[in-house]
Design a binder for this molecule. Structure first.
Ligand code: BTN
Length: 335
C-alpha cells in the first residue's frame, strides 16, 4: 500500500487529498497517515496542507522495493512490461546469487521480470570469477531474472540488450561526457569502466530455465577501491555530479523494456546492432581476443546481429568471437 501511495503522490503534479487516497485504495484516514509517516521516516519530504492534502517535495537516494516499484507502476496499478516484482536487500552476498536461489527454489515461470536489488553486496561477483566491489549506498547492484522463451544460444544477446540500456542511462546522467561500450558489456567513460554485467543461465540443451542479468553501476562512489583504481571509475568521479540511483534504475527499466521488445520481435539484435556499433569503443581498434586454446589479434569491426564481435586479422580474414575476454589496445592497460 505504501508503494501505491508513493506512486499516487509522484504522479500528481499538485496536492493529493487524504480523502482521495482513502477512496482510491479503500483504506482509512489513520492508515493513510501511518503510511505518510513511514515515508517521512525513510527520508521522503512530504508537505501537508490542511484541506489540500499531501505533496511530495523530495525523495531520498534509496533503492528500496517501494521506491523502485512506485516508479514502475502503470495507472492500472500493474508494473510496466515484463516487470513483475522488486526484491530489495539492505545487504546480501550477491543479487545474482539471490535471483538464482529463488529461481532454483520456485522452478516455474512466475519469476520472469523480478528485479533483485541491494544497497550493499558482501560477495559481489564479476565475470570470470572476479570479485565485484559493491559498497553501501553509492552504486546500483541489481539482477534481473528472466525466463524467456528463446533458445539457450541466444541468451548472451540479453547481455547486449542490457548493456545498451545501461549505456543510454549512464549517458543521460553524464551530460556532455561521452561513454561507450567495450564488447560485450562494459560501459566505459574516459577509458575506465563504470559498469559491468554478469549474465548467468540455467538451461537444458534446448530449453532455458532462467537467465539472470546482473548489473553493477558505480554511481556516487567517491573513492575507488585501490585494487581497481587504474581501470574503474564512477559517474560521480567523472562528472562531479551525484545522481539519485532510483532515477537511474527507473530509466534503465524503461529503456530495457524498449530494447527487449525489439529483441523479442526479431529474435536477434538486428534492430539494435547499429546503435550498439555506434557506441562500441572497440570499433576500428586493435584488439586481442583470448581463449582457453589461443588468441586472435586484429582490428575489431563491430558486432553482428548475433552479438558476436567481428575481428579482422592482418591477413584480412574475418573471425567472429562469441564469448571470451577481449582487450582493446590503449584501454585498461593493454599496450
Ligand atoms: C563484470 O565483471 O564486469 C560484471 C560485474 C557484475 C556485477 C553485478 S553487481 C549486481 C550483480 N550481482 C553480482 O554479484 N554481480 C552482478
Amino acid at each position: 500500500m505504501k508503494t501505491q501511495i508513493l506512486s499516487a503522490l509522484r504522479n500528481a503534479d499538485t496536492y493529493v487529498s487524504g480523502q482521495m487516497l482513502c477512496e482510491s485504495f479503500g483504506i482509512s484516514r489513520t492508515a493513510v497517515w501511518k503510511y505518510v509517516n513511514q515515508l517521512r521516516d525513510e527520508g521522503y519530504v512530504l508537505d501537508s496542507v490542511p484541506n489540500r492534502g499531501y505533496r511530495i517535495i523530495d525523495y531520498p537516494d534509496i533503492v528500496t522495493a517501494s521506491e523502485i516499484e512506485s516508479r514502475l507502476l502503470n495507472a492500472d496499478g500493474k508494473m510496466k512490461g515484463i516487470f513483475n516484482k522488486i526484491v530489495y536487500f539492505e545487504e546480501t552476498d550477491s543479487t545474482n546469487n539471490q535471483a538464482k536461489l529463488a529461481a532454483a527454489k520456485k522452478g516455474d515461470e512466475s519469476l520472469h521480470g523480478t528485479l533483485y536489488i541491494a544497497e550493499r553486496q558482501t560477495g559481489g561477483r564479476g565475470r570470470r570469477g572476479r570479485h565485484w566491489v559493491s559498497p553501501t549506498g553509492s552504486g546500483i547492484w541489481m539482477s534481473l531474472l528472466l525466463q524467456p522463451k528463446i533458445k539457450p544460444e541466444k541468451a548472451s544477446m540479453l547481455t547486449i540488450v542490457a548493456a545498451l540500456a545501461v549505456m543510454d542511462v549512464v549517458q543521460t546522467v553524464s551530460g556532455g561526457i561521452s561513454c561507450g561500450i567495450k564488447w560485450p558489456n562494459d560501459i566505459v567513460m574516459n577509458g575506465k569502466k563504470i559498469t559491468g554485467i554478469l549474465t548467468e543461465m540455467s538451461s537444458e540443451l534446448d530449453y532455458i530455465h532462467y537467465v539472470v542479468v546482473g548489473i553493477g553501476i558505480n554511481v556516487n562512489i567517491t573513492e575507488i577501491d585501490p585494487s581497481i583504481r587504474d581501470i574503474a571509475t564512477s559517474v560521480y568521479l567523472e562528472t562531479g555530479r551525484k545522481v539519485k540511483r532510483s532515477d537511474m534504475v527507473a530509466a534503465f527499466s524503461e529503456t530495457f523494456l524498449h530494447y527487449y521488445n525489439d529483441f523479442v520481435q526479431t529474435g536477434d539484435l538486428s534492430l539494435l546492432v547499429d546503435r550498439y556499433n555506434e557506441r562500441l569503443v572497440n570499433a576500428g581498434r586493435d584488439v586481442k581476443a583470448v581463449y582457453a586454446d589461443g588468441e586472435i589479434v586484429g582490428k575489431a569491426l563491430g558486432i553482428n546481429a548475433e552479438g558476436e564481435l567481428i575481428i579482422q586479422r592482418e591477413d584480412s580474414q574475418k573471425i567472429t568471437v562469441r564469448s571470451g575476454e577481449v582487450s582493446v589496445r590503449g584501454l585498461y592497460g593493454y599496450v
